[in-house]
Design a protein around this ligand. Structure first.
Ligand code: ZN
Length: 242
C-alpha cells in the first residue's frame, strides 16, 4: 500500500487540491492534523479530508477551533485567524474535528501532530527527536506541526541521529531496524523557505518515504484571505514559505 501523508492544511483549499491531484486512486490518505486555522476555507478543507482520508489526528488549531483550548499560546495573528475560523466554521465541521483522536498507531508507524505523548510539542532538533523516539516503540513516527519537511534517523549502534532537511523533495530509503521521525511539512503554510505545498508518500512495499513539493495558486488563496479580513502578515508569508 502507498499512503500520502498530509499535515497543516490550515484552510488552504488551493494547496490541498493541488496535493490531492498527485494521488493515484489506490493511494491511502493519512492526515496529521491542523486542517483548519490561518486560512480562508476551513469547511472546504474539512470536507475534502473527511471524504478522502482514512485517518486524521488532531492538531492544536483543530482543538482550538473546537473548544478554544490553547488559544492563549497563539500569537496575535494566529489568534485573529482562529477568531475568523470559529466565526465561519460549520457545526458539522466542528463535530467531525471533535471526534478525532490525538494519535493513531499501526504496527509500523505512529501518527501524531507534534510528538508522541506530548502531542503539541515541536520536534525541532536532535534532542527532541531522541525524546520522541524514546516515548514510543513505533519504528516510524510521522509528524507535522513545525511546517518543516525533514527527518531524523536512528541507526542501531550509531551514536548520533542523522538529520536531513527535505524542503526540495526527495526519497528516503528506510533501513530495516532503524527508526525514524518523519516530518511531512505543511500543505497550506510551508515554513521551510519553499512556498510550494509539501507532503510525503510512504510506500510500505518499497520501504520508502518520498517528499514532494507542489506549486499551487498562491495569489488566489491570498485574495480569499484579504476578502476574509485575515491578517496581512499571514497573507504575505505564503509567498515566502516562512
Ligand atoms: Zn500548523
Amino acid at each position: 500500500m502507498r499512503y500520502a501523508l498530509v499535515s497543516d492544511i490550515h484552510g488552504n483549499l488551493e494547496a490541498l487540491r493541488a496535493v490531492l491531484a498527485r494521488l493515484e486512486p489506490g493511494d491511502g490518505l493519512l492526515c496529521l492534523g491542523d486542517v483548519v486555522g490561518y486560512g480562508p476555507q476551513p469547511n472546504e478543507c474539512v470536507a475534502a479530508i473527511r471524504e478522502r482520508a482514512s485517518v486524521c489526528v488532531l492538531g492544536n488549531h483543530d482543538v482550538a477551533a473546537v473548544d478554544g483550548y490553547g488559544l492563549k499560546y497563539f500569537n496575535p495573528n494566529a489568534r485573529e485567524a482562529m477568531a475568523y475560523t470559529r466565526r465561519v466554521i460549520a457545526p458539522e465541521s466542528l463535530a467531525w474535528l471533535d471526534g478525532l483522536a490525538y494519535e493513531h498507531r499501526e504496527p509500523r508507524y505512529l501518527l501524531v501532530h507534534g510528538a508522541p505523548v506530548d502531542y503539541f510539542t515541536y520536534i525541532l532538533d536532535n534532542p527532541a527527536a531522541e525524546r520522541a523516539l524514546e516515548r514510543t516503540d513505533a519504528p516510524l513516527i510521522f509528524v507535522g506541526h513545525s511546517h518543516i519537511a525533514e527527518y531524523y534517523e536512528r541507526v542501531p549502534g550509531r551514536e548520533n541521529l542523522v538529520h536531513k532537511h527535505m524542503q526540495h523533495g526527495g526519497t528516503l530509503q528506510l533501513t530495516e531496524g532503524a527508526r525514524y521521525v518523519i516530518n511531512v511539512g505543511s500543505v497550506g503554510q510551508p515554513r521551510d523557505l519553499n512556498p510550494e505545498a509539501s507532503f510525503a508518500f510512504y510506500d510500505e512495499a518499497k520501504s520508502t518515504v518520498t517528499w514532494e513539493r507542489v506549486p499551487y495558486a498562491i495569489a488566489a488563496v491570498q485574495a480569499k484571505m484579504e476578502e476574509a479580513g485575515l491578517p496581512d502578515a499571514l497573507v504575505a508569508r505564503l509567498n515566502e514559505g516562512r
